[in-house]
Design a binder for this molecule. Structure first.
Ligand SMILES: C[S@@+](CC[C@H](N)C(=O)[O-])C[C@H]1O[C@@H](n2cnc3c(N)ncnc32)[C@H](O)[C@@H]1O
Length: 212
């Protein structure tokens, strides 16, 4: 599915968020990456969060299991290391990175707890994690949000070649835990100092934490 989406993925991100996604990725990178850090960007897709991490001074490895996504990422930032692999079985030794980031990725991973545990394993002690993800707002935006994700986005996707797969988006968001639950899960999988902030009226959340 992600290979099919790859050609339209960046355009859809810009349209769905009115360009705000680039700002959210920049804030994510600036929250956790310090110059010289070895950074793993898991589920890197077409590489935009990895690029933000690189701009914050990190030495970036991007990992994704969709070759078409990786090909685009490689084209955008040839100097990074791009690895085809599964976040549930990361091909790295324990303690290989100071920072791990995931942008709009953990929602799609078949075993969320297993994925977070893998991220913890490849981080050094005190290593930092940044998880940017769509979440479910509970306030006045909730009805607008349901119309946008359940109806508008899938129709927008159908207008673009390969974009029919965007019908997957509402279901993947609906079954994903809310921000409090995700924070709890991060604590349970080996992270401390877990905090989160939300963007766009609670539609997107950035969770940060430190590996115990
Ligand atoms: C919605 S895209 C996010 C891409 C990028 N991080 C961003 O910020 O735009 C989700 C990506 O996660 C990847 N993915 C999902 N499950 C994965 C897994 N278990 N291992 C590696 N990549 C995975 C998909 O191939 C896809 O490229």
């Amino acid at each position: 599915m992600f290979d099919r989406i790859a050609p339209v993925y960046d355009v859809m991100n810009r349209v769905m968020t009115a360009g705000l996604d680039l700002r959210w990725r920049r804030i994510t990178a600036q929250s956790v990456v310090r110059p010289g850090d070895r950074v793993l960007d898991a589920c890197c897709g077409t590489g935009d969060l990895a690029i933000a991490a690189s701009k914050s001074g990190g030495t970036v490895t991007g990992l994704d299991f969709a070759p078409q996504m990786l090909q685009r990422a490689r084209r955008k930032l040839p100097s990074a290391t791009w690895v085809e692999g599964d976040m549930l079985a990361l091909p790295f030794e324990a303690g290989s990175f100071e920072v791990a980031t995931v942008g709009f990725g953990v929602r799609n991973v078949a075993d969320l707890e297993g994925g977070l545990t893998e991220l913890r394993r490849v981080l050094v002690a005190n290593g930092r994690l940044g998880v940017l993800e769509i979440t479910q707002p509970s306030g006045f935006l909730a009805p607008f949000y349901r119309v946008w994700f359940d109806q508008v986005v899938p129709q927008l996707g159908k207008l673009l070649k390969g974009g029919a797969a965007y019908t997957y988006l509402p279901a993947s968001v609906r079954r994903f835990p809310g921000p409090e639950e995700l924070a709890e899960l991060l604590r349970a999988t080996g992270f401390t100092d877990v905090e989160y902030r939300t963007f766009a009226g609670g539609i997107v959340a950035l969770h940060t934490g430190r590996a115990v």
